[in-house]
Ligand binder design. Structure first.
Ligand code: 13P
Length: 328
């Protein structure tokens, strides 16, 4: 597990989240007028993974179940990635369901997890991801909900570590909503504090996991935009008050921010932590939309667009790689 952490957290490199579930990729494709099918999903992911030189900027890729079982030009995707020195990961939660007739959604997927992990390991996966979703409103999140969804996240992490695979725990505090930056910081801190309390209670080794976190931002519909320096201060303060020092790395999701917004915020967070040492964690990226959005829309399902889409993908990766060092 330590070895996998070391392979994933490398200077100038981060993790590509390419683990959109069937409903998520269906939505992304339909925004471009495309219909998602396993074949089209495969062509799209082949475009991403065969982009020359991605291994200079990507240390790991998180796949969805369908993709881990697919081949391109006769070769499994897991092999294509491994041959480039990229570590293969897999999303293992099974999406969300309503929590007790509230607007809060808890994560599914504990049932049969051990058996699925054993198969994923044989298919070449070395690390795993589990996403929990926390939405902010005046009423939510409730303590009862957090105990439930973070409890499941900790159970997942324990099962994964018992099989000697590396877990990524992703408690995503959603960007949707009208909340203030202060409220987002308060909720993020509470969620992370509670998560690490529960992880310790359930005997999860916090030195053998990666935290995937959201940035502290005012709600998307709040009408307020904040500068990267404010985002970085509130995000790092939140971590300082909640994430144990023994955690080796924190990787960010992009959460529906515009690509440049996510990239510049990451740059500022890394820069500020280098200057002011809020914590010892290695900070990196595990974006999905911010890395893929432009390349996907250039590609638009057409073989003749593959090369220009790959050029765009590489350009965004290069920029994000510099942001990961605070060097933009
Ligand atoms: P975004 O970067 O698009 O938020 O996705 C990250 C992710 O892995 C969500 O589970």
């Amino acid at each position: 597990m330590k070895d996998t952490v070391r392979k994933l957290l490398v200077h100038y490199k981060g993790i590509l989240a390419a683990d959109e579930s069937t409903p998520s990729i269906t939505k992304r494709f339909s925004d471009l007028g495309l219909v998602s099918t396993p074949e089209l999903n495969k062509e799209y992911r082949e475009m991403l993974f065969t982009t020359p030189d991605i291994e200079k900027y990507i240390s790991g890729v998180i796949l969805f179940d369908e993709t881990l079982r697919q081949k391109a030009q006769g070769e499994p995707f897991a092999e294509i990635l491994k041959n480039k020195g990229i570590v293969v990961g897999i999303k293992v939660d099974q999406g969300l369901e309503s929590f007790k007739d509230t607007d809060q959604k808890t994560t599914k997927g504990i049932n049969g997890l051990k058996e699925r992990l054993e198969e994923y390991k044989k298919l070449g996966a070395e690390f795993t991801k589990w996403r929990g979703v926390i939405n902010i409103s005046d009423l939510y999140p409730t303590d009862e909900f957090l105990d439930d969804t973070l409890g499941k996240m900790a159970d997942y992490a324990k099962i994964v570590q018992d099989l000697e695979m590396l877990p990524i725990v992703e408690p995503e505090v959603l960007y949707d909503g009208k909340h203030t930056n202060t409220r987002c910081e308060e909720v993020t801190t509470k969620v992370l504090k509670k998560l690490f309390e529960i992880l310790k209670q359930k005997n999860v080794d916090v030195t053998n996991l990666i935290l995937k976190a959201s940035m502290v931002l005012p709600g998307k519909d709040s009408g307020v935009s904040v500068m990267p320096l404010e985002v970085s201060n509130s995000t790092l303060r939140s971590f300082q008050n909640s994430v144990p020092q023994e955690v080796f790395g924190i990787v960010f999701l992009s959460g529906g921010q515009a690509p440049d917004q996510a990239i510049f915020n990451l740059n500022e967070i890394v820069k500020l932590n280098k200057e002011k040492h809020f914590g010892p964690w290695d900070l990196s990226f595990s974006f999905s939309r911010a890395l893929q959005q432009d390349a996907m829309s250039i590609w638009s399902g057409k073989k003749e667009n593959v090369i220009i889409a790959q050029e765009k993908f590489l350009e965004v990766l290069k920029k994000t790689s510099l942001a990961r060092e605070g060097e933009l």
